[in-house]
Design a protein around this ligand. Structure first.
Ligand code: RIB
Ligand code: CA
Length: 307
């Protein structure tokens, strides 16, 4: 059987993060070497404990390293109105598995894990890009051992944090600028596909009956405000995992993605330059569209592989 793909998930759990992490942990094609946390949906201590709670729930002993508590420049904000104050409202998890928490900072843990890996590693950021940016600045030699960066973030159209800016990018635009200027292979799964990767009520009801993971996801879905239970829940972060496992569900376009840093009303916007107005070399593969039916069946199949 083909070797599993080594990945590091950088995350801010976060209800949609929890779903993405669960799917990744039980995929036969992925080897989750490390989970690093970053302040985003809620504060760094809560997201770190949430990652540790999820690993106890899933029974997976993946090391966790705590990352940055704030962006490089941008003042701290959160999305507790979407995920609840706990970051994962709706389900009463057992305590965090603190023995999995490394003493190293996330950036150093990522560096060590990547350099020790005999294979290249894929980075899967599904929160703000602060840790990734610092990794690339502090240890530029690590780029040789990174296969690609497959991230949830950005948007071709309207935003969910600002008029034109998506939450993960908008929380740390400077970090995003560093990552998108890194010349590494980047895949961007933005809001556009997340808005179509909807979990409608019949899918939530189906998932609930599959296993204890589905039952937990259902409880989280009842509190998740990324969309609505009745009109469809947006599985943003799972879109990054879906690219790793079933890229054929996407319409992919190589293009230049610029990060707006100075716009008084557009800071944090991702300028996806499909018509090459900016005359820049492509720096990303953008998920322009998604086959929603293919996502739905992949999602159900993936959750059924969990415990
Ligand atoms: O804009 C959606 C992104 O912001 C997702 O990663 C969600 O978890 C939040 O972090
Ligand atoms: Ca997230």
């Amino acid at each position: 059987m083909k070797e599993k793909r080594s990945i590091i998930i950088d995350t801010d759990p976060g209800i949609d993060d929890a779903v993405a992490i669960g799917i990744a942990l039980f995929s036969e094609k992925l080897d989750v070497k490390l989970i690093t946390t970053v302040a985003g949906n809620v504060g760094i201590d809560i997201v770190t404990n949430n990652a540790l709670k999820l690993l106890r729930f899933f029974g997976k002993d993946v090391p966790v390293a705590k990352g940055c508590a704030a962006a490089l420049i941008e003042p701290r904000e959160d999305a507790s109105q979407v995920h609840g104050a706990s970051g994962m409202d709706g389900y009463d998890f057992d305590p965090p598995k603190t023995e999995l928490l490394l003493k190293e900072h996330a950036v150093n843990a990522m560096y060590r894990t990547i350099m020790e890996n005999s294979e290249k590693t894929t980075l899967v950021p599904i929160g703000p890009l602060t840790n990734i940016a610092i990794l690339l600045k502090l240890y530029p030699e690590v780029k040789e051992k990174i296969d690609e960066i497959v991230l949830m973030g950005g948007t071709l159209n309207r935003g969910n944090k600002g008029v034109m800016s998506e939450f993960n990018i908008a929380l740390d635009p400077e970090a995003a600028k560093i990552v998108f200027s890194s010349k590494l292979k980047i895949v961007m799964a933005g809001l556009d596909v997340g808005l179509k990767a909807l979990i409608l009520p019949e899918v939530s009801e189906k998932v609930k009956t599959l296993n204890k993971t589905g039952d937990m996801f259902y409880a989280l879905f009842k509190k998740y405000r990324g969309g609505s239970f009745q009109t469809g829940l947006k599985m943003y972060d799972s879109c990054a995992i879906a690219y790793l496992l079933k890229p054929e569900m996407y319409k992919l376009t190589e293009t230049f993605v610029g990060i707006e840093l100075n716009g008084s009303m557009t800071r944090g916007a991702t300028l996806v330059d499909l018509r090459n107005y900016l005359k820049e070399e492509p720096n990303a593969t953008v998920c322009e569209d998604i086959d929603a039916e293919m996502f739905k069946s992949w999602f159900i199949e993936s959750v059924s592989s969990c415990i």
